[in-house]
Write a protein of this length. Structure first.
Lengths: 270, 311
């Protein structure tokens, strides 16, 4: 009983910012000036959305949204491919140094990423990737954690399956694509969700490699938007809401996987 | 051809008969599988990390060639009290540490209580779970815009409905308070889910036995619940601490590093020095980054040492 009251109280606190944002985006700015604290809009308008989405010079939200979409989807696909192959290699294939390399990779997860930033920028600059989608897509695929997840999951698939397939004359690649890949769909879904979300929400790195307003993704772009709509509450909140819609929708459809994945990564069978 | 050797194992005779051995052929294909990632890893992680350390020993504007200066950057930011960069390190690192100390406890305790609440499997559990978790999927910039409006001194609903006129974003200690509140709202979802899964795994029998022995709820919590999820608490403490050391977007967009630099964190100075307007001072930036990195690793090691399971 106490728990329910506690949860309801916390739920209220958690809901307030979301409801406030949602409702304010439909309020007329001038209504807000005269009556700043109504809960519901006096007049429901969609003008804020129109303004924000069709703004084209200082805060092109629609363009930012498309940039983010292209970047996040591309990075997700790239990571899925890289991580499946690598996970298979570390789990299913025998070669010299396999475990040593894997352990080394795991150990590097301890290195703080902050030391990376400056040289990484220089590399991007040298490659001519400043302001290009590649800068936001490719470096993120170097991560090691997803390989750990995939390999762990693969370890749980009995090696007998592989063996019987090998006996039947299957090549390594066939075992990988026809046998193992379908079986690791759950962990790949988790990797996809987190990669997409991480890519969409990345803030510091994209703000370093994008200085062209037209090319930047939406998350760093919002910083510019905040400047532009400093006193236009409804417009600022509209921009913010547009930015969170994709991950919100993604979550609604794939809730189960988000929950499972965190148990996976912390090593708890939940 | 399969032979039953009587051990419930069938020996595959065909590979023996053909004389083919799977073990000794030089096989390039594993390297094709792990290769692509290793290349990306070397180019976009390993090399930059090593080079980043090297840059900290140079003067560099990101354009020309780095000029080796030995420990000059480090002596300047650690020892030269007249240097602006010394000030930046002192203020920035200090604020980063403050941020970690202020936020991490709440980022562990709040989700723990939420998870405990959800563990009673109340009505609407799925809704609560989704609600508390969802903000962690939103980008920092969006969340900061929302909270900047919410806590605005003049037109924010918080001041209006609480009937106060606190300047949350531009005065202390309210700036820190706001940062902590925002960070908790935004980030505790993941820890909550981890604790939920962990709590789920604790056997009910333990609690029943304790009840029989006359234990009350508080005792059960401290003597059964917490020890049982010790591993997850360690994991989340370390991960959360590392994440909060990397704070950047919240003070940047919410309190703008103010009032008077009191919430300017080290990563903001690093960004400013290396990528800000004007000539890049990458060497100093890199030295600051190395120091931040060392702090993170040392703190993680200490946490691990104190919290690990001793058996």
């Amino acid at each position: 009983m106490i728990s329910l009251i506690f949860l309801l109280f916390m739920a209220f606190i958690w809901l307030v910012p979301l409801l406030y944002t949602f409702l304010t985006t439909f309020k007329n700015e001038s209504d807000i000036q005269s009556n700043p604290f109504t809960i519901l809009p006096i007049n429901w308008v969609i003008g804020n959305y129109q303004d924000v989405l069709f703004e084209n010079t200082s805060a092109p939200v629609a363009k930012w949204f498309m940039n983010s979409l292209i970047i996040s989807v591309s990075q997700t696909v790239l990571v899925l491919v890289i991580v499946s192959f690598a996970g298979y290699g570390y789990s299913r294939m025998k070669f010299k140094g396999r475990d040593a390399i894997f352990i080394f990779l795991m150990a590097t997860m301890m290195f703080p990423a902050v030391v990376n930033l400056i040289p990484l920028y220089k590399i991007i600059d040298t490659l001519g990737w400043v302001n290009s989608y590649f800068a936001a897509i490719v470096p993120g695929a170097a991560g090691v954690f997803n390989i750990f997840l995939v390999r762990q999951f693969m370890q749980g698939i009995p090696k007998d399956f592989d063996e019987s397939a090998r006996v039947d004359g299957a090549s390594e690649f066939q075992i990988f694509t026809k046998l193992i890949l379908p079986l690791i769909r759950p962990v790949l879904t988790v990797v996809a969700l987190f990669t997409f979300t991480g890519s969409w929400n990345d803030f510091l790195w994209p703000s370093i490699v994008f200085n062209d307003i037209e090319k930047m993704p939406i998350t760093p772009g919002l910083q510019l938007l905040q400047g532009m709509y400093a006193l236009d509450i409804a417009h600022a909140l509209t921009g913010a809401l547009i930015a969170i819609v994709p991950t919100f929708i993604l979550y609604l459809f794939t809730q189960k996987y988000f929950m499972e994945s965190l148990s996976l990564s912390s090593g708890v069978k939940g | 051809m399969m032979i039953n050797t009587g051990e419930n194992k069938e020996v595959n005779m065909s590979s023996v008969m053909v004389g083919k051995s799977n073990k000794k052929r030089l096989n390039l294909s594993p390297y094709l599988y792990i290769g692509p990632h290793l290349i990306l890893f070397a180019v976009f992680f390993l090399f930059p990390t090593l080079y980043g350390v090297y840059i900290s020993f140079t003067n560099w504007d990101l354009i020309g060639d780095p000029e080796f200066v030995g420990l000059a950057n480090y002596t300047e930011i650690l020892l030269n009290q007249d240097s602006t960069f010394y000030e930046q390190l002192r203020i920035g690192l200090g604020n980063t540490f403050k941020f970690v100390i202020f936020t991490v406890p709440f980022c562990i305790i709040v989700p723990l209580f939420l998870a405990a609440g959800l563990n009673t499997k109340p009505k609407g559990m799925k809704f609560f779970q989704a609600l508390f978790y969802m903000p962690s999927l939103f980008s920092v910039s969006a969340v900061m815009i929302i909270f900047a409006m919410l806590f605005s001194v003049s037109f924010g609903p918080i001041n209006h409905y609480l009937n106060v006129d606190t300047n949350w974003l531009s005065t202390q200690p309210y700036a820190w308070v706001t940062l902590v509140i925002v960070t908790v709202w935004w980030t505790i979802g993941a820890n909550m889910i981890i604790y939920q899964a962990a709590l789920n795994g604790i056997s009910k029998d333990l609690y029943e036995a304790a009840s029989i022995d006359g234990a009350n709820n508080v005792q059960k919590f401290f003597k059964i619940t917490l020890p049982s999820i010790r591993a997850q608490i360690l994991y989340t403490v370390v991960i959360t601490t590392i994440a909060q050391f990397n704070v950047y977007g919240q003070p940047l967009m919410l309190t703008k590093g103010g009032p008077t630099s009191s919430t300017t964190v080290l990563l903001m100075y690093i960004q400013e020095n290396a990528f800000g307007s004007g000539i890049s001072i990458a060497g100093i930036g890199a030295a600051m980054a190395v120091i931040l990195g060392i702090c993170i690793m040392v703190v993680s090691a200490i946490q691990f040492f104190f919290l690990r399971q001793r058996d």
